[in-house]
Write a protein that binds this ligand. Structure first.
Ligand code: PEP
Ligand code: MG
Length: 591
């Protein structure tokens, strides 16, 4: 995969290259998004009964922000000369704005009068003050506007970052061009208005890329320099299958990509015809194809693609883009709706997978020295039992409406599974005592194999788990020490590295020896070039974004598994990634 950019063409067209993330071609107009620009927040109406608590949140946030300012003051004092002095003045002014000032009083008044959430009230008040400053004759005072905005930003941050992305009024057929998009940003996008995405940062298996794929959006990440060339409203082409991006295309280029887009749409339509066809190889092996879902609405996409179940429900997406935690009732409503809609097909709900690039801020997680290796996923849930119990309770209650499985992310040691089992046993007894309906038998408890240590200890984990789901995205990241979100090392991200393949094979064999089901639910499952290998390892269940499902099904229908099994087994004895790649390409042609 290439990662470079270039400018060409006498017509004024400019071409860039990044990493291809989502298939298909988008031709649309540029909508620039700067993730570091002025904070925008979502306005919510609040009931009268919540006014006091909302006002109290403002006081607490102001005190917290002032505290952070004080720490900065101390730092400023240690600076020498004019810089320290100037910074000291500014921070002083900020602190004054935060302490019982016109700003805080104004925000509280607004909450009571307009009955809106604290974040929106802060931004409205800041807007008003900034306007008044801007109108002043004195240029020094007029320039204070930026300071006021900064105070507003800090206050909103202290309120818990209910920050909006500014995607609410997107023009139709917009192509978002951004420095980066957080998974939360991507989750807010309306696929009816957005034609595609281009970012300067990010890797192919970043969560942002995954959401883009599941929304069916052509996307390119790591397209260097693209933002500087992007003007709002200009025409842009995004080729999600090659990583090409063209701004202001010539008539010739436009025609070429229109043809390509039409070809893609046609092939998608013919794949749709496979919806009701079972995934059986030419030599009769039946494979279960399931969908990964991020948002409850994705259930419709999963069903439309012919998914036989949900192999991975990334529940953390229910916790995004809000300043409070969802209650048990809210979670129950969302989950039970998904379970009901799946109409008797199994729904595998993964418990909260937060930390690293997912939602760290919303939970007040202090980033440790290395967030990817820190308090995240199951480790986080076990350290905040209350949050976990609420989620488990909502999942158990949803299990009354159809088959549900519970999946634990980033399991590393057997004791983590045991702890959750104990929690579940107690919780089930409590719910039964209260007469709450749950499935009988209760949902199976499975683990994700996504840490190399877990893969190597898969036999021990298999003895304690009801099923395995192999998460190849994180497994690749941790095995090769490649941050999946970092475009600088994206060229090294390779699930075909022999080390990764050996760990997958080892985990699959441990599951089969213990007679527990095993699936692959990382992005590898949705790449039809990988299908022969995974099936050759004995894996019979694959879970992927709904968009990939028809392509993978087509590959399975064309595959003669018995003819390639021997060669697949030999793959793991190869130690050179380039050689593995060649064998995989060979497999692709062979069957
Ligand atoms: C994985 O790591 O492969 C996985 C499926 O989980 P996520 O992508 O949500 O981290
Ligand atoms: Mg993972």
């Amino acid at each position: 995969m290439k990662n470079k950019s270039q400018s060409t063409g006498s017509s004024g067209e400019r071409a860039f290259e990044g990493l291809a993330v989502g298939a298909g071609v988008a031709i649309g107009t540029i909508y620039r998004h700067d993730s570091h620009a002025v904070v925008q927040v979502r306005e919510r109406r609040i009931p009268a009964t919540k006014v006091r608590s909302e006002q109290h949140r403002v006081l607490e946030a102001a005190a917290e922000a002032a505290g952070r300012m004080e720490a900065l003051q101390r730092q400023a004092k240690r600076m020498s000369g004019a810089a320290g002095e100037e910074l000291g003045y500014i921070l002083d002014a900020y602190q004054q704005m935060l302490g019982g000032s016109r700003l805080v009083r104004g925000v509280q008044k607004r909450i009571a009068e307009e009955r809106i959430n604290a974040e929106a009230a802060v931004m409205k008040e800041i807007g008003l003050m900034a306007e008044a400053f801007a109108a002043m004759e004195d240029p020094y005072l007029a320039a204070r506007m930026a300071d006021i905005r900064e105070v507003g930003r800090r206050l909103v941050e202290s309120l818990g970052k209910a920050v909006e992305t500014g995607f609410e009024n997107l023009p139709l057929n917009a192509v978002i061009v951004a420095d980066e998009l957080s998974p939360a940003d991507t989750a807010l996008l309306d696929p009816k208005r957005v034609a595609g995405l281009v970012t300067m940062l990010g890797g192919v298996e970043s969560h942002t890329a995954i959401v883009a794929r599941s929304l069916g959006l052509p996307a390119v990440v790591a397209a260097k320099d693209v933002l500087a060339a992007a003007e709002n409203g200009a025409v842009i082409i995004v080729d999600g299958s090659t990583g090409a991006v063209v701004i202001d295309p010539s008539a010739q280029t436009l025609a070429k990509y229109r043809r390509k887009r039409a070809g893609y749409v046609k092939s998608q339509q013919s794949l749709k015809k496979l919806k009701a066809v079972p995934a059986v190889t030419r030599d009769g092996f039946r494979i279960g194809l399931q969908a990964n879902i991020e948002l409850p609405g994705d259930v419709d996409l999963a069903l439309a693609a012919g998914a036989e179940g949900v192999g991975l429900f990334r529940s953390e997406f229910m916790f995004m883009n809000r300043s409070d935690l969802p209650s048990e009732e809210e979670q129950f409503v969302e989950l039970s709706q998904a379970v009901k809609k799946m109409g008797g097909r199994t729904v595998t709900i993964r418990t909260l997978d937060v930390g690293a690039d997912k939602l760290g801020d919303a939970f007040g997680l202090k980033p440790g020295p290395n967030p990817a290796l820190g308090l995240r996923a199951i480790r986080f849930s076990l350290s905040r039992r209350k949050i976990m119990l609420i989620q488990l309770s909502a999942i158990l209650r949803a299990s009354a409406f159809g088959p549900v499985r519970i999946l634990l992310p980033m399991v590393c040691i057997v004791d983590e599974v045991r702890q959750v089992r104990r929690m579940l046993t107690r919780l089930i007894a409590q719910l039964k005592r209260r007469g709450v309906k749950i499935s009988d038998p209760p949902p199976p408890l499975g683990v994700m194999i996504e840490i190399p240590g877990a893969a190597l200890a898969a036999d021990a984990l298999a003895a304690e788990s009801d099923f395995f789901a192999i998460g190849t995205n994180d497994l690749t990241q941790y095995t090769l020490a490649i941050d999946r979100t970092d475009e600088q090392v994206a060229y090294l991200y390779n699930p075909l590295h022999p080390a990764v393949l050996r760990l997958i094979q080892f985990s699959a064999e441990a599951a089969m020896a213990a007679r527990i089901p095993v699936s692959v639910c990382g992005e590898m499952a949705g790449d039809e070039r990988m299908t022969p290998i995974l099936l050759g390892f004995g894996i019979t269940e694959l879970s992927m974004s709904a968009n990939s499902l028809p392509r993978v099904k087509k590959r399975i229908l064309d595959l003669n598994l018995s003819a390639i099994s021997g060669r697949v087994r030999r793959i793991t004895s190869e130690s050179d990634p380039a050689r593995v790649k060649a064998v995989v390409e060979d497999l692709d042609k062979a069957s």
